[in-house]
Design a protein around this ligand. Structure first.
Ligand SMILES: NC(=O)c1ccc[n+]([C@@H]2O[C@H](COP(=O)([O-])OP(=O)(O)OC[C@H]3O[C@@H](n4cnc5c(N)ncnc54)[C@H](OP(=O)(O)O)[C@@H]3O)[C@@H](O)[C@H]2O)c1
Length: 298
């Protein structure tokens, strides 16, 4: 009899995301079990409880999913889960807190594709400014772009203090530089846009972060992308389905949340399917999400 595919879904929050539950089942998991309000210190025990209940060759049929709303905590939980394995007892692990790893991967992959096809350039040395940088999607977007050689600026909507700490955390974890700036006024946001070649907006749903006026005179701006699908648009004038379309009254082209969401959906679904189909236990984080998103966005 074929072994069932079982996914243990861990979140530090009160609820597991229904989005992720649906996606895991649609991708092929037979059984998904949510564990809520899980602390970092509890990850080792839960993983070891799962690995020892099935023979080592069933490790590949058993998975851990790490959710939540905090990129740094999810990365710590991911590291703890991997460390908890006792070879030959190993299982698969996939982290995607609030869909952020796959969303950020999709946004950067779509941007990279457009940079190449429309402007014949790569992410390397491209000046990228991330709005919503204190959020889980923004954090991950910044890390992926910086690791590809982009000069990444983190905009703090409430000042520079929190983004300075985030830049330090990114440096400590990934040894890449990002630059914090104060985006607490319209003029400061405008300055940040004017210094950019690419603007990536990952701010809270339903909040307009940038106006047409802030974008209109940005001479170097090539691309503006936004992941917020809830009206009003995060970037005024950027259509939800924009896929390299010009943004009216600006020099830039846009990538909207539905174009990014299409790649995001396929990336998260695809990573669940790869976990299920793997021959050995796997561990997927945002870098694996970016690798797959790049293939999908091609
Ligand atoms: N298209 C897709 O496929 C897809 C998938 C997943 C998520 N999303 C979207 O991605 C976005 C980011 O998600 P998330 O989970 O990281 O969101 P989040 O936690 O709600 O916050 C994102 C960021 O927005 C900031 N923010 C809050 N109020 C603001 C304001 N008035 N002005 C400017 N920034 C403000 C937050 O700052 P604080 O730290 O101060 O709260 C944070 O930096 C959301 O719009 C979400 O809907 C899209």
């Amino acid at each position: 009899m074929a072994r069932k595919h079982i996914l243990h879904m861990l979140t530090p929050l009160r609820h597991m995301s229904p989005f992720d539950v649906n996606m895991a089942v649609d991708a092929g998991y037979d059984v998904v079990v949510p564990y809520v309000e899980v602390g970092l210190a509890e990850v080792t025990g839960l993983v070891q409880d799962a690995i020892f209940s099935r023979p080592p060759d069933a490790g590949v049929n058993t998975g851990i999913f790490i959710a939540g709303k905090d990129a740094a905590l999810a990365l710590d939980m991911f590291a703890a889960a991997k460390k908890a394995m006792v070879p030959p007892f190993k299982i698969s692990v996939f982290a995607d807190p609030a869909g952020s790893f796959t969303t950020a991967a999709a946004m950067v992959a779509k941007t990279e594709k457009l940079l190449r096809s429309k402007f014949e350039r790569t992410l390397d040395n491209t000046r990228i400014t991330v709005f919503g940088a204190t959020g889980v999607v923004g954090y991950c977007t910044a890390v992926i772009a910086a690791r590809e050689g982009a000069e990444v600026t983190l905009v703090g909507h409430d000042g520079v203090e929190r983004v300075t700490k985030i830049a330090a955390d990114i440096k400590r974890r990934f040894d890449v530089d990002t630059w914090p700036v104060d985006g607490s006024s319209d003029d400061r946001k405008k300055d940040a846009v004017h210094a950019s070649q690419v603007v990536l907006s990952a701010a809270k749903a339903g909040i307009q972060v940038l106006s047409r006026d802030q974008l209109s005179q940005a001479q170097d701006l090539l691309i503006a992308a936004d992941v917020n699908a809830v009206p009003p648009a995060g970037i005024e004038g950027l259509g939800v389905s924009a896929n390299g379309d010009p943004i009216e009254a600006t020099r830039a082209v846009g990538i909207g949340p539905l174009a990014i969401g299409n790649v995001k959906y396929k990336t998260e679904f695809g990573l669940f399917q790869k976990m299920i189909g793997a021959e050995k236990p796997v561990a997927y984080d945002f870098q694996d999400a970016f690798t797959l998103a790049r293939e999908i966005a091609k």
